[in-house]
Ligand binder design. Structure first.
Ligand code: ZN
Length: 434
C-alpha cells in the first residue's frame, strides 16, 4: 500500500538528509565488502556489518539519530544485492549516486507511526516529523513495515500491514488443508481433496508485459542520455521514460494487491498448505545453458513469473504468521504430475497431456488438480504407496516465537526479506535499479 507524502519544506529537507545518510551507509557497506575481499580475501557477511554498526556510529555521529533497525535494513539491502549477485540473479552491486537511491525502510514498528484507517492520514517518522499522506489501501490492519521512497521528485511511503491481525487475535486456526499446484503459465490449481478450483492470473498481469515492452521500444527510438559523450536526454526520451516507469509502477502495485488478495483468501480458510518445493538452482542453470538465456534471466524475467513467485512467498508468509503449516513437497522424489493421487501408480506424462487418466485405477482428473491432490495427500501421509514422509519435507511450521517480530537479528533479517518481497516496491519497480 503506497501513500503519497506531502512534507513541508523543513521536513522535506530532513527526508533528503536521511536519504543521503542511508545512501552513504549503503555505499560504505558495499565498499567494505569489496575492499575486505580484494585486500584480505575476507568475505564480509551481513552480521559482521551489523555488529560493526555501533562502532560506526561512534565515528559518524550523525547516524546516532537514525534508528538502528532502519540502518540494519539498509545493510540488509546490501546483503540482498550481494546474495542476488552470488546466485547469478543480479548484477555486481555498485555504488549508488543519490539520484539512484530510492530511500530506506523501517523493518518493524520502531521509528514510525501511522495515523490512518487505510485512507489518507498522517505518518510520524521519528527525528523527522509528522507528514500528511494521501492514498487509499484496499486492505488495512496493523502497520508492520514502512519504506520511504523518493521518486520523480515525489515522496512516498510504502506501508505493509498485518491484515491477519484479526485471525491472530481470535486464536482460532482455520481448519482447511489444501494442496496447491503452481501453474507455470496461467493458474493456481487448488484442492482440499473434495473441492477443486483454479485461480487465473488477472488479465492486466498477462497483458502488462506486452504493454511495457511496447513502451520501452518507443523509448529506445528516442535520444538517450550518455554522460561519457555528454549527450543529454531528449525531451521525448524523458517523456517516454516516465511512461515506462509509470507503467511498471502500476503493474507492481496492482500485482501486489492481487497477490495479497489471493493469499489472504487462501489463508482465511486454510492453515495447512502443501505445494511444490521451489527449485531455484535448477531454473537458473537451465537458463544459462539454453538459447533462451536472455528471456529467462535478468530484467526480462516475466512479470507473471514474478507474480507467481510473490504469491507463493506471500502465502507461505501468511500461513506461518497465523501459526499454520506450509509444506514444501520435494517434487523430485514425489513427482506430483506423474503420480496417481488415488492409487499411487506412477506413469510419465508429457507436458501437453492436460488430463490425468490412471491406467490402473481409472481415476480421471485435470492434470494440475491431480498434482495438487498428490501433494496434499503426500503431505498428510495418506498418499497410497508412500509412507508418512514428513521428515523429508521442509516443514515450516512456525512456532509462536518465530512468527512474532524480530526476536533475534537473524529472524529480523528473514522477516525483512520476506517483507521486502511483499513490499516489492523498490526492488521491483524503481527504474533506477536496472
Ligand atoms: Zn490410479
Amino acid at each position: 500500500m503506497t501513500f503519497r507524502l506531502y512534507p513541508n519544506k523543513q521536513i522535506e529537507q530532513s527526508l533528503r538528509y536521511h536519504r543521503k545518510l542511508h545512501k552513504d551507509l549503503f555505499n560504505a557497506a558495499v565498499n567494505n565488502r569489496f575492499v575486505q575481499y580484494q585486500k584480505f580475501n575476507h568475505k564480509v557477511d551481513y552480521f559482521e556489518q551489523q555488529n560493526s554498526l555501533p562502532a560506526f556510529k561512534e565515528v559518524w555521529t550523525e547516524y546516532k539519530e537514525v534508528g538502528s533497525h532502519a540502518l540494519q535494513a539498509t545493510l540488509k539491502r546490501v546483503d540482498f544485492a550481494f546474495e542476488r549477485w552470488f546466485k547469478g540473479l543480479g548484477k555486481r552491486p555498485r555504488f549508488k549516486s543519490i539520484r539512484h537511491y530510492s530511500g530506506w525502510t523501517y523493518p518493524d514498528s520502531a521509528g514510525f507511526k501511522v495515523e490512518s484507517n487505510g485512507e489518507n492520514g498522517y505518518l510520524n517518522l521519528s527525528k523527522i516529523g509528522r507528514i500528511q499522506m494521501r492514498g487509499k489501501a484496499k486492505y488495512w490492519g496493523k502497520p508492520t513495515t514502512c519504506t520511504i521512497v523518493y521518486r520523480n521528485g515525489k515522496w512516498y511511503a510504502s506501508i505493509t500491514v498485518d491484515v491477519l491481525e484479526q485471525v491472530l487475535n481470535s486464536n482460532v486456526l482455520p481448519v482447511g488443508a489444501i494442496g496447491i499446484d503452481l501453474g507455470c503459465k496461467s493458474a493456481l490449481s487448488i484442492t482440499d481433496g473434495e473441492n477443486h478450483y483454479s485461480i487465473d492470473a488477472p488479465k492486466f498481469l498477462r497483458n502488462a508485459e506486452r504493454k511495457i515492452k511496447r513502451a520501452s521500444k518507443e523509448k529506445r527510438r528516442k535520444q538517450a542520455p550518455n554522460r561519457k559523450k555528454k549527450v543529454k536526454a531528449s525531451r521525448r526520451w524523458k517523456k517516454a521514460q516516465s511512461k515506462v516507469s509509470k507503467l511498471a509502477r502500476q503493474v507492481a502495485n496492482r500485482r501486489q494487491n492481487w497477490v495479497h488478495q489471493v493469499a489472504a483468501e487462501i489463508v482465511s480458510g486454510n492453515s495447512f498448505v502443501a505445494t511444490e518445493k521451489l527449485e531455484v538452482k535448477n531454473m537458473t542453470s537451465k537458463a544459462k545453458k539454453g538459447k533462451r538465456k536472455k528471456q529467462k534471466t535478468g530484467l526480462n524475467k516475466s512479470i507473471l513469473d514474478v507474480g507467481f513467485g510473490m504469491l507463493r512467498s506471500t502465502i507461505k508468509y501468511k500461513v506461518e504468521q497465523i501459526g499454520g503449516v506450509f509444506i514444501e513437497v520435494p517434487t523430485k522424489k514425489v513427482k506430483p504430475s506423474q503420480t496417481c493421487p488415488k492409487c499411487g501408480h506412477q506413469h510419465k506424462k508429457t507436458l501437453d497431456v492436460r488430463v490425468h487418466e490412471c491406467g490402473v485405477c481409472g481415476y480421471v482428473q485435470d492434470r494440475d488438480i491431480a498434482a495438487a491432490e498428490v501433494m496434499l495427500y503426500w503431505s498428510k501421509g495418506t498418499l497410497p504407496g508412500f509412507g508418512t514422509s514428513l521428515e523429508d519435507a521442509d516443514v515450516l511450521s512456525s512456532t509462536s516465537s518465530t512468527s512474532k517480530k524480530a526476536g533475534s537479528m537473524k529472524q529480523l533479517g528473514r522477516a525483512k526479506r520476506q517483507k521486502s518481497t511483499l513490499t516489492g516496491l523498490d526492488v521491483e519497480t524503481s527504474p533506477s535499479t536496472k
